[in-house]
Design a protein around this ligand. Structure first.
Ligand code: BGC
Length: 392
């Protein structure tokens, strides 16, 4: 077996709003209160307890960690930057480096400052100008410490959840025209961020949620039409649009999609019993197919920036890890340049509109006692890392 090189990035991924806690200037915070939803509250208290989390990263043999910067925390009001918040992010990043762990830093992971959200969010005509200022500021304050940037997390998923499915703020109902407008704004947002962040020595991408799409009944032209639609309006579409403004391809892999009219428009394999606590089909081969396909589109190295399972009892996570890494490794052996695998997530966290119930963590979080402990799969992942990495 050709092993992954020593430089391979093995780690786990998180986002600020889902783990830090106390993000009271974010739009989600207001949305939870207004809609009487489950509150994120202190979340995993990552903001204060990050050294304890980093201790686990080390113990688990990980050399990479994905986190995000909360825009609302560093710019709580339109005309105010919070110097202390920047200082804390600097500390967090330095701490990671001290432990020999490479930070991968996301600038926008679904949440907006409330001051912007209440004036239209991404549809505010000034939104891109505000975003540009934010990225410039982040680059100035943190840039010299960061080699891997993610500009946007899953722009296509955000548009779907916020403007079409109406499950996330601003929850407008089916707003097709807004969805189309936000899509253009987010394409520009990535381009702007790329041009600000790019230096000779760093690597910039977005994190794209790429599903493994498969057509059954290829003779039916409507199936091809559905596939075309899915591929252009999902994150596949963003990847195609942005392929020349990326240094690597950040892939979040979760979903298998079968397009099979007249039986189903799109959806997973209904016959499969292998499912997560959220009912999502487990389809490890997809990580192989998606990596190869993304590489054929953008011809850049691939980092799996998320891949994980909601599994409270931890009965399925070990096999999930084993099989996904096995398939990813196969793509690598066949010549696809894979540079890292980051498992979602290090710790159970606030799963957006679904609250704290879905358990994605290698560490199990006890929210009552605010304690976290490794699940068996945490140690299993460590062994996999050892098995798949060359020794010298
Ligand atoms: C998102 C995460 C989320 C995870 C599990 C990804 O689409 O980036 O924020 O928690 O999926 O649903």
């Amino acid at each position: 077996m050709i092993k992954f090189p020593k430089s391979f990035l093995w780690g786990s991924a998180t986002s600020s709003y889902q783990t830090e806690g106390g993000n009271k200037h974010s739009d989600w915070w207001y949305w939870e209160i207004r809609n009487k939803r489950e509150r994120s509250g202190p979340a995993c208290d990552f903001w204060n307890r990050y050294p304890e989390y980093f201790e686990y990263l080390k113990q688990g043999g990980m050399n990479c960690f994905r986190l995000s910067v909360e825009w609302a925390r560093i710019q709580p009001q339109k005309n105010r930057w919070d110097a202390k918040a920047f200082e804390r992010y600097r500390e967090i990043i330095r701490d990671l480096r001290k432990e020999g762990i490479e930070p991968v830093v996301t600038l926008w992971h679904f949440t907006l400052p409330q001051w912007l959200a209440k004036t239209g969010g991404w549809l505010n005509p000034q939104a891109l100008a505000y975003f540009e200022k934010y990225v410039k500021k982040a680059q100035k304050e943190l840039g010299h410490e960061i080699r891997y940037w993610i500009t946007l997390n899953e722009p296509g998923v955000y548009i779907f959840k916020s403007y079409l499915e109406a499950d996330w703020p601003p929850q407008k109902g089916i707003a097709l025209f807004d969805a189309i407008k936000v899509r253009e704004v987010l394409v520009r947002a990535h381009q702007i961020a790329f041009s600000i962040l790019k230096t000779k020595i760093n690597f910039v991408s977005s994190a794209f949620n790429l599903s493994s799409d498969e057509i059954k009944n290829t003779w039916n032209p409507v199936n091809h039409l559905v596939k075309y639609f899915l591929e252009n309006f999902s994150d596949w579409g963003f990847l195609k649009r942005l392929k020349n403004e990326l240094d690597f391809i950040g892939i979040n892999y979760y979903f298998h999609n079968i397009i099979n009219l007249p039986y189903q428009v799109a959806g997973d394999n209904k016959k499969s019993k292998d499912r997560s606590d959220l009912g999502w089909e487990i389809y490890p081969k997809g990580i192989y197919l998606v990596s190869k396909k993304a590489f054929s589109i953008a011809k850049k190295p691939i980092m799996i920036t998320e891949n994980g399972i909601a599994d409270d009892t931890d009965k399925k996570r070990e096999n999930f890890l084993k099989e996904h890494i096995r398939w990813l490794h196969r793509a690598f052996e066949q010549g696809t340049p894979i540079i890292g695998y980051l498992h979602w997530s290090l710790v159970d966290n606030f799963e957006w509109a679904l609250g704290k119930k879905p358990r994605f963590g290698l560490l199990a979080m006890d929210y009552k006692k605010m304690k976290f402990l490794p699940r068996n799969s945490f140690w299993f992942y460590k062994k996999l890392i050892e098995t798949y990495t060359e020794k010298v």
